[in-house]
Ligand binder design. Structure first.
Ligand SMILES: CC(=O)N[C@H]1[C@@H](OP(=O)(O)OP(=O)(O)OC[C@H]2O[C@@H](n3ccc(=O)[nH]c3=O)[C@H](O)[C@@H]2O)O[C@H](CO)[C@@H](O)[C@@H]1O
Ligand SMILES: C=C(OP(=O)(O)O)C(=O)O
Length: 420
């Protein structure tokens, strides 16, 4: 397994181009299953999760071709398989996003239950409940969700007990081809939901209300190909901004969208950063030690759970004491014991991490346990005074395109140690 070796202590300086958003690209790739004709998707990030999605779409019978470094042409006209196997689902939970599209277009889908993961139990009951309300017959057989429907799904009124991002996406995609109108209440409002809705509408769907908590989808009989560009990755953007803040550097993120990062930018300003934005860029300058900031994660537009780990790293070297409360996932503090091994002062009380900033971190061999925990450890390595080795970075390769190249370009001393 590959690892990163990092020698910290340098401020991050310069410009970095942000890639397309993993969490928008994944549902958009799965949405191509709804289309009778090819779709060209641009600004696709080069990530392991994208490779897994391509494998999955290909297994289902789609033809997937890279037309340039970041563009995919997907032809799902000949899809004739309807099963997402455990082998793929266990490496990428977002595989669950084929459930809605396959069922809506073919009346049949079998998707392995994803099971829990490093950050929590992550059930998919809301996906199943919504599809049942649309008329599907769904059983769990041998660890698989087996969904069937005769003819088209039927529009339904769906209230989601908990705000779920992929749950909303699965139901939105299924509803796009259903007969009649589907209303999803308490829908997720994440920018990636809006991006998926825009892509579906470009394919001929009739989705309105994306970005609010009530979505209305008037089903159409057929969807067709188009060209669509994936939104910039707001979490990758936030990760680079935190790296700049903790190293007291100055970084300009290009090809990004400041409007998708309100909560994160506001916390960085509270920490003492100077933030300047343009239509598609954000620049952060940090001229002093960051101040500790209290964080509470919650569904968009509140502070994103996918930025929590990175802000714990900021808080552990910041001036003062702060609380970071995680309300979305029950086990998303796996970075805490690793940061403690680097000298961080953190106490965990239930779903809250209480941090008191230390003057510096020392390098250590640490282990990445999930995607954003890995990012937080890399950032910690960038400030540590001695060498840090971050093991198991296959997690980070799921979600960050060429992260070491981008950090090197900003002045970081980071190298990938290839598994022998
Ligand atoms: C590929 C993708 O976009 N992943 C993102 C997505 O994950 P994902 O869509 O899996 O996360 P959800 O929004 O569904 O999860 C939110 C909460 O709802 C619960 N829940 C969810 C579904 C369900 O059927 N039942 C249920 O109880 C979950 O356990 C969790 O506590 O949103 C998360 C929350 O912003 C992000 O951290 C992930 O990066
Ligand atoms: C938790 C994440 O992703 P996934 O839902 O794919 O596990 C993430 O992007 O931080």
């Amino acid at each position: 397994m590959d690892a990163f070796k990092i020698i910290g202590g340098k401020p991050m300086q310069g410009e970095v181009t942000i890639s397309g958003a993993k969490n928008a690209a994944l549902p958009i790739l799965m949405a191509t299953l709804l289309s009778e004709t090819p779709i060209h998707i641009t600004n696709v990030p080069r990530l392991n999760d994208i490779e897994t999605s391509i494998k999955l779409l290909s297994q289902l019978g789609a033809t997937v071709t890279w037309t340039d470094e970041n563009s995919l042409l997907i032809d799902a006209s000949k899809v004739d398989q309807h099963k997402a196997s455990y082998e793929l689902v266990k490496t990428m939970r977002a595989s669950i996003l084929v459930l809605g599209p396959l069922l809506a277009r073919f009346g049949h889908a079998e998707v392995s239950l994803p099971g829990g993961c490093a950050i929590g139990a992550r059930p998919v009951n809301l996906h199943i409940h919504g599809l049942k309300l649309m008329g599907a017959d769904i059983e769990v057989e041998n660890g698989y969700i087996v969904a069937r429907n005769n003819g088209r799904l039927q529009g339904a009124n769906i209230f989601m007990d908990t705000v779920s991002v992929t749950g909303t996406e699965n139901l939105m995609m299924a509803a796009a081809l259903a007969e009649g109108v589907t209303v999803i209440e308490n829908a997720a409002r994440e920018p990636e939901i809006v991006d998926l809705a825009n892509c579906l509408n470009a394919m001929g769907a009739k989705v309105s209300g994306a970005g609010t908590d009530t979505l209305s989808i008037e089903g159409v009989a057929q969807l067709n190909g188009s060209e669509y560009s994936v939104m910039p990755d707001r979490i990758e953007t936030g990760t680079f901004l935190v790296a700049a803040a903790v190293t007291q550097g100055k970084v300009k993120c290009l090809n990004t969208d400041p409007t998708a990062l309100d909560a994160v930018l506001s916390k960085l300003q509270e920490a003492g950063a100077e933030i300047t934005t343009g239509e598609n860029w954000i620049e952060l300058a940090m001229n002093s030690r960051p101040k500790a900031v209290n964080i509470r994660t919650a569904p968009h537009p509140a502070f994103p759970t996918d930025m929590q780990a990175q802000f714990v790293t900021l808080n552990v070297i910041a001036e003062g004491t702060a609380t970071t409360t995680e309300t979305i996932f029950e086990n998303r503090f796996m970075h805490v014991p690793e940061l403690q091994r680097m000298g961080a002062d953190i106490t965990l009380e239930g779903n809250t991490a209480i941090t008191t900033g230390v003057d510096s971190l020392n390098g250590a061999q640490v282990m990445a346990t999930d995607l954003r925990a890995s990012a937080s450890l890399v950032i910690a390595g960038l400030v540590a005074t001695t060498e840090t080795q971050v093991d198991r970075i296959y997690h980070i390769d799921r979600g960050y395109q060429h992260i070491e190249d981008k950090l090197q370009a900003l002045g970081a001393n980071i190298t990938r140690i290839k598994a022998s």
